[in-house]
Design a protein around this ligand. Structure first.
Ligand SMILES: Nc1ncnc2c1ncn2[C@@H]1O[C@H](COP(=O)(O)OP(=O)(O)OP(=O)(O)O)[C@@H](O)[C@H]1O
Length: 333
């Protein structure tokens, strides 16, 4: 449904050349929800603007729903909805009227535009706001109006540029549910950009990680975590010296890639942590090391980004506030 091949964009500002997007290629299948995840300035918005015909690429090609975005921009615009970072609605018109006007701009007959306006308001859970002016809405409600505007002409593909930036956690969760519902109701293909790890993890079936204008990884969250970061196991001992002795044992285990201690605790990044933990506990027992707590867990997407780039997404201008490693089990000795 979406195909980008060898996409490049070079800007010139103050005699400086900025390679915002460098040789990017990826596909999105019909009905998929894919997130472009990367820190501020990674090139996500620039990619989206090229995919949606708003910006001509310096090189490369874009096909959406079988249409060439450079040669047939009109056909592409008919097939897509685009929700940018800024609010799309004005301040002073009633929401339903604004939706109908937008539908008319897309060539819908007035009756059809009214019907679609009611339908999208209902699907997005904002039917009761139809007569309100956008200026009176909360951030989360207003973002839903933006999405309603992007959906009015019943597009095959919806592009969302940072859909939940600036929203509180409750509004973000509500918006995610609505976007999932859209996909279930309409089978719509969705490509969103985000610098929130939890948004990519929660929303997307596949994640394309971008950094400095390039795609550095592409896969499901589970596959990226499994292949690029490894599971972890953690134990707590009686004191710091014992923890250091346990860490030395962990370092000798097959598949252990990173061993760290923090006071009485030892954390080990290891392939197949669930299977490795009993073996580790047996080694510790053999050396008479008492363990008071043991757990295993999966890495977060932040670990994936760190492994790929050598720096955490947060330091790179991404947001990790609500993301932590996911525990997959814990035992107490
Ligand atoms: N019109 C422009 N002129 C010059 N440079 C630009 C222009 N638009 C974007 N850039 C630069 O291109 C790079 C990529 O910007 P882009 O907005 O695509 O990143 P992003 O990943 O969407 O970031 P954010 O998450 O902050 O929105 C940045 O270095 C940016 O400063």
């Amino acid at each position: 449904m979406i195909r980008a091949e060898g996409l490049r964009k070079t800007f010139t500002a103050d005699k400086e050349t900025i390679e915002a997007v460098r040789d990017v290629s990826f596909d999105v299948a019909a009905g998929e929800v894919v997130a472009l995840l990367g820190p501020n300035g990674a090139g996500k918005s620039t990619m989206l603007r090229m995919l949606t015909t708003l910006l001509p690429p310096t090189a490369g090609s874009v096909h959406i729903a079988g249409h060439d975005a450079i040669r047939e921009p009109g056909r592409v615009r008919e097939a897509i909805g685009y929700v940018g970072q800024k609010n799309a609605s004005g301040e002073n018109h009633r929401i339903r009227d604004e939706l109908i006007t937008q539908g008319r701009c897309y060539g819908l007959k007035t009756r059809h535009a009214r019907h679609r306006a009611d339908e999208v308001l209902e699907v997005l859970g904002i039917g009761d706001l139809a007569a309100r002016n956008p200026g009176t809405l909360s951030g989360g409600q207003r973002r839903r109006v933006d999405i309603a505007l992007g959906l009015i002409h019943n597009p095959h593909v919806l592009f969302l540029d940072e859909p939940s930036t600036g929203l509180d956690p409750q509004s973000r969760a509500g918006l995610w549910d609505q976007i999932q519902l859209l996909r279930r109701e309409y089978g719509i293909t969705i490509l969103l950009t985000t610098h929130y790890l939890d948004e990519a993890d929660h929303m997307a079936e596949r994640i394309v990680i971008v950094d400095r204008g390039e795609v550095i990884a592409n896969g499901t969250a589970d596959a990226l975590k499994a292949s690029l970061a490894g599971d972890w196991m953690q134990i707590t001992t009686s004191d710091a010296e014992t923890a250091r002795a346990a860490a030395r044992l962990a370092g000798r285990m097959a598949g252990a890639s990173e061993v760290t201690t923090d006071g009485q605790s030892v954390r080990v990044r290891i392939v197949g942590a669930e299977a490795a933990l009993p073996a580790f506990l047996r080694l510790l027992d053999h050396d008479s090391i008492t363990v008071t707590r043991a757990s295993v867990g999966r890495p977060s997407l932040d670990d994936v980004f760190l492994n790929l780039t050598g720096r955490p997404l947060e330091e790179s201008g991404g947001a990790t506030a609500t993301t932590t490693d996911e525990p997959i089990g814990a035992t107490h000795a």
